[in-house]
Design a protein around this ligand. Structure first.
Ligand SMILES: *Cc1c(COP(=O)(O)O)cnc(C)c1O
Length: 433
């Protein structure tokens, strides 16, 4: 299987290069040259497979001969170490809980699999890889955790001092071993500037192998397709047709769903649920895309003004807006709506949903109102409500029990290295490692 650049179909490479490079040399995103279609026996037997078996049957179609089957099996077994259970609110209305991983968000699926793919290729090449990540909070913790204890890879996480939440900072700074937290005196943009400058600095490039573990890495996308199949497996009335509501920011999760659909997963409609950062919703409505800068909302992991995976979605539908609209509905909801959504889910179903999931829930209910026939609704719950404890507790007037794995990281001692934001100082630090 080849992976081509969304900017130019003549630029392509194999899975290994696509994973190591992250971004194609022309700045495009890598896409598989074709989406393999699973045969009907897979769906006939899906109830017999556990999530790892599903993952192997999906992902091996893309990795082909670039990872030997027993190696891929091992990578999958050490990545998919937690479940993706479907929780039924009522008949035909379900929550797909994607927060059972170590950092309590769906990004654990992608980050863990990417880390272990990279480990595999780094071992094969007999090199040491240094990963630089700038984070405003959430992505950093999933990446740090994904790479924790992975051999041959050192991770440097740059985060803006005093500008991430206590929970996020604890998740970034308490791992140690191959994960180093760099606390930068500046903003997220300063962190990003330092990382970008390091990548083009000849003095650093000559001495170290750098990589970015970027969120657009193809190896983060493929494992996300897996849980769409996993949720379908758990549905009672599969024949009724299924609508997936996906709380969306950079559209990675939605793209993974579309790939699953193209592989044969029966899907009636996807809903790209946005908060008031609604460029995608406007694009679906008008067919024209306009990037804007983002603003902060309660569902802040979706605060994106220029979604990086839109190019992938366009590629999947040959940039045909009518085709896209046939498959995807989109609606946006404000912060005020979000709080109402959290309340409604709690009052109606006694279920505590996080602000991101609430946006997904509201969008699903909007779509339900437009349909006359009944079908299954699967709402992706992308984070554990405890991650957004303050908002949820205040909205519902209750206390949220913290999961054990979060409690443990909150009790650990913070360990970070403070840097000023000056590039020369950062460079000196890197070269001393
Ligand atoms: C990243 C994230 C999203 C948005 O996912 P995309 O793949 O960027 O669309 C939604 N919810 C949570 C909790 C996230 O961390």
């Amino acid at each position: 299987m080849k992976f081509f650049s969304t900017h130019n179909k003549n630029i392509y490479t194999g899975f290994e290069e696509a994973v190591i490079n992250g971004l194609a040399p022309d700045g495009g995103l890598y896409m598989p040259e074709e989406i393999p279609v699973l045969d009907s026996s897979f769906f006939d037997k899906i109830n017999e497979y556990n999530i790892n078996e599903i993952a192997f049957r999906i992902i091996s179609r893309f990795t082909g001969d670039q990872i030997k089957e027993p190696d891929l099996q091992e990578i999958i077994n050490s990545s998919f170490t937690f479940k993706a259970p479907l929780y039924q609110l009522e008949k035909g209305k379900c929550i797909l809980e994607l927060f059972h991983g170590p950092t309590l968000a769906f990004k654990d699926f992608g980050a863990r699999f990417m880390a272990r793919c990279m480990e595999h290729f780094v071992k094969k090449r007999n090199i040491v890889l240094n990963i630089l990540v700038a984070t405003s909070g959430d992505t950093g913790s999933a990446v740090a955790n994904g790479f924790y204890n992975v051999e041959g890879i050192n991770v440097y996480i740059l985060y803006p001092s005093g500008k991430v939440s206590f929970i996020q900072e604890q998740q970034l700074t308490t791992l140690d071993k191959n994960i180093t937290a760099l606390e930068i005196n500046g903003t997220f943009d300063d962190c990003q500037r330092l990382v970008k400058q390091a990548f083009v600095d000849p003095g650093i490039k000559n001495r170290m192998n750098l990589s970015s573990a970027n969120s657009i890495n193809i190896s983060r996308l493929l494992p996300q397709s897996v849980y769409y199949f996993e949720s379908y497996k758990q549905l009672e009335n599969k024949d009724k047709g299924t609508v997936f509501s996906v709380p969306s920011g950079n559209l990675g999760n939605l793209t993974a769903g579309i790939i699953a659909h193209k592989m044969g997963l029966p899907v009636k409609k996807f809903i790209g649920a946005t908060n008031s950062n609604d460029t995608f919703t406007k694009y679906i409505k008008t067919g024209r895309f306009e990037a804007v800068s983002s603003h902060r909302t309660y569902s802040n992991a979706m605060d994106v003004g220029n979604p990086s995976n839109l190019d992938r979605i366009k590629t999947l539908y040959d940039a045909d807006i009518f085709n896209i609209r046939d498959n995807i509905f989109s609606v946006s909801h404000t912060d005020h709506d979000t709080l109402e959504g959290i309340k409604e889910v709690y009052e109606k179903y006694n279920y505590i949903i996080d602000p991101h999931g609430a946006v997904g829930y509201l969008a699903a209910m909007d779509y339900k109102d437009m349909l006359t026939e009944s079908c299954n609704y699967v709402i992706l719950e992308t984070a554990h409500p405890a991650k957004f404890r303050d908002i949820v507790e205040e909205t519902l007037g209750i206390e949220i029990e913290l999961p054990e794995r979060l409690k443990t990281s909150l009790e650990k001692k913070k360990h970070s290295i403070k840097l000023s934001g000056n590039f020369d100082e950062f460079k000196e630090f890197l070269l001393e490692q």
